[in-house]
Design a binder for this molecule. Structure first.
Ligand code: PMP
Length: 426
């Protein structure tokens, strides 16, 4: 049953006051601080449900910012982690699960032959670009406005549609002098900048961070063709889409194979691990040792065990799980759109597979560039109305589905949107 009363958040508020004294901003990653009415302090979680320190329960569509495709308590992952812990931590040692996980990645992704593991998507992007520079002897990188490739000095730029700006105070402005930002979909712009100084073109193969847009038909093929012709490497950042848009990720969905793929999130089933993968030829700079690849926690056995359990589970059930999740994603999208239409409310929803993005907007948002000038605070305020109604999304309006969300959960969620739309209009 849908609970529409405003919930109490005194426990989360009290925690914020205490934490802020000693923990910068009270959180460990900036976006968490943007949740309204307060950063919800999670006490426990099971399946697709989170319970907070005030005893409120939420249907969770934030899913840890994406990794929890199997939900919060997948038995095979938790059992594998437990068994691994019993063998001792062995952090920083060579353990045999690493090759198994690389074999699983190769079995899933068209672009994958040789893989190397790291701990975060940010680091993996950095390594992919080093590999591209080593391969080509070139230094410049093309990225697309609105796409996010982690927070490193060299890539934390042009993260908003229509903007070429650095993203944070304190960044080294010189670190992005070899980055060229283009509008996503602009093949003419790409042809104009591709020359023998461009080492790589990096893209989210589906623009999830920018608001859940599918690529224009022919765009990814155009990137493939142009990079091949100019001798640049094509890098797909599949940190979100890998194992989420299907076992073969976005490259499987759209049928375009990049030179290098960056993976993270679902790869570890909720534990920290990331990867760069590609053909043996593409990965040669790492295989040969020419590009150094370092990291104390790279391929740590606990994350590797979680990743193996997660990919084993998904591989064995892919034919049924992915179509089911996609269908629920479609039902949820349709349900929200219908509720918004009934309420004559300015709420738009985009969807790519199991990634949904809602925006408070009184105009249609068909392309990434339509987002320029949109009032982000209105969407943030709408996400607060959902939190009050037991539906947790990313504060910016991004929602992920898991294998745990049932049709009944989708109905409850549509009910929460209906109620929130009523409150929003009022
Ligand atoms: N690339 C993409 C497409 C991402 O969505 C993210 C994280 N949201 C990253 C890279 C960075 O990954 P991490 O947060 O693990 O550093």
């Amino acid at each position: 049953r849908l609970e529409t009363t405003t919930r109490g958040f005194t426990g989360s508020l009290a925690y914020r006051e205490r934490a802020r004294q000693v923990l910068a901003r009270g959180v460990s990653s900036s976006p968490r601080a943007s949740q309204l009415p307060v950063a919800i302090v999670q006490a426990s979680a099971s399946g697709c449900r989170v319970t907070d320190v005030d005893g409120n329960e939420y249907l969770d569509y934030a899913l840890g910012y994406g990794p929890l495709l199997l939900g919060h308590s997948p038995r095979p992952v938790i059992d594998a982690v437990r068994a691994e812990l019993e063998r001792g931590l062995r952090t920083g040692g060579v353990t045999s699960g690493e090759a198994e996980l690389a074999e699983r990645v190769a079995a899933c992704l068209p672009s994958a032959e040789v893989t190397t593991f790291l701990s975060s998507g940010t680091e993996a992007v950095q390594l992919a670009l080093r590999i591209a520079r080593s391969h080509t002897g070139r230094h410049r990188v093309v990225k697309f406005r609105g796409h996010y490739h982690g927070w490193s000095d060299g890539m934390h730029v042009s993260n908003a549609p229509g903007s070429d700006a650095l993203t944070t105070d304190g960044q080294d402005p010189l670190a992005v002098r070899n980055v060229i930002s283009l509008d996503w979909g602009d093949l003419d712009g790409l042809h104009a900048v591709l020359d023998d100084t461009v080492a790589a073109v990096i893209t989210e193969a589906a623009a999830v961070n920018a608001g859940c847009f599918e690529p224009d038909p022919g765009f990814l093929e155009g990137l493939r063709e142009a990079t091949e012709r100019h001798g640049s490497l094509l890098v797909f950042d599949e940190v979100i889409t890998g194992f989420r848009l299907g076992l073969a990720g976005a490259q499987g969905r759209y049928g375009v194979t990049p030179d290098l793929t960056v993976l993270g999130k679902v790869l570890g089933g909720g534990l920290p691990i990331s990867a760069v993968t590609g053909s043996a030829r593409a990965m040669e700079p790492v295989s040969s040792g020419r590009v150094l690849h370092r990291g104390t926690y790279n391929g740590n056995p606990v994350s590797v065990a979680a990743g193996n359990a997660c990919l084993r589970y998904l591989s064995e059930r892919a034919d049924e799980l992915y179509p089911d999740m996609e269908r629920r994603g479609e039902r949820l999208t349709d349900g929200i759109r219908e509720a918004a239409a009934r309420a004559s409310a300015p709420l738009a929803v985009n969807r790519v597979g199991t990634c949904l993005q809602f925006f408070v907007s009184d105009r249609p948002l068909e392309r990434l560039s339509d987002l320029v000038g949109l009032d982000k605070d209105a969407t943030l305020a709408f996400s607060e109305l959902l939190v009050e109604r037991g539906v947790m999304t990313l504060p910016r309006g991004l929602m992920y589905l898991s294998v745990e969300h049932t049709d009944a959960d989708i109905d409850t969620t549509i009910g929460a949107f209906e109620s929130a739309l009523g409150a929003f209009a009022g």
